[in-house]
Write a protein that binds this ligand. Sequence first.
Ligand code: NAD
Ligand code: UDP
Length: 311
Amino acid sequence: MKTILVTGGAGFIGSHLCEALLKQGHYVICLDNFFTGRKENIKHLMDFDNFELIRHDIIDPIKLEVDEIYNLACPASPVHYQYNPIKTIKTSILGTMNMLGLAKRVKAKILQASTSEVYGDPLVHPQPESYRGNVNPIGPRACYDEGKRAAETLCFDYHRQHKVDIRVVRIFNTYGPNMQINDGRVVSNFIVQALKNEDITVYGDGKQTRSFCYVSDLVRGMIDFMNQEQHPGPINLGNDGEFTILELAEKVIQLTHSKSKITFKPLPEDDPLQRKPDLSLARKLINYEPKIKLEEGLIKTIEYFKKRLYA
Ligand code: NAD
Ligand code: UDP
């Protein structure tokens, strides 16, 4: 049994990760400042003797005895990370530095939750880990994109300079239960709008693409990657099915039997036109294969939001 710290553990992905690690029998410390996380996401974990919750902001240092750290703390939805952009970049830089410092002190392994946003609006498709990206360093998404890029730099510098045992995972669009109703990302927005029979807000012409990964596939990949000893990363994790945003809107309307109509809104600045992970490295290193197809994952997520809205 290992003692594992999950920062951002009360958030969407973090709550699923805490649950999976607890079920493997580990002692899990969930740390969160509750900016976008919710107690409800982890309420069912409070009954486990091997679960502990700490309210803390990773911008401030903390001393803990742990064997592994999964550093997920950071708002992930454009709406939330642009709400206080200076805080967002501080979380990625100062926060990751604090977690790397902790890993160094207690000789813990650390996995950094990076993002496909490090590729920006990509000029190479699909995106392999070797692609260095096309990021606007001064645009509204930069607090997140550049913060995460700097966090990767810090991981590799701590690795080279202090021999910290790092794992860097570039996560592509992930969805599922425990997303917030007002999360602002496309899957939760469309499902909530469809369930309420409100207009579905497609930004731009809806021809931009994304690849959507169901959360259980991602969490399995993260744990498997943490447990392998061959490669520090970066490694892409996600699902390589690719859909236009318009296709997603139509699928959600169909699966919810909604009366919603699609309405078009302006495309946000620097919104990437296409995104799809090259998963070759993940397949080779950890036999990674996303199992949940978009329709199946959407049905599970729709059930969750129905309960949240109407139970
Ligand atoms: P989320 O917003 O649901 O979770 C983030 C969690 O971190 C929240 O519980 C929030 O309260 C907490 N947090 C934020 N700032 C903090 C701070 N300074 N100190 C302590 N806690 C803090 O988002 P998510 O989708 O679960 O994303 C988790 C991680 O995965 C993030 O690092 C995100 O960048 C990364 N990621 C997610 C996706 C995705 O599609 N979901 C894609 C790429 C990368
Ligand atoms: N999007 C949309 N309507 C919404 C929310 C998002 O059309 O209500 C679009 C957004 O412009 C982007 C895509 O869906 O092209 C994915 O957006 P999201 O915020 O989920 O993630 P990211 O842009 O970070 O991949």
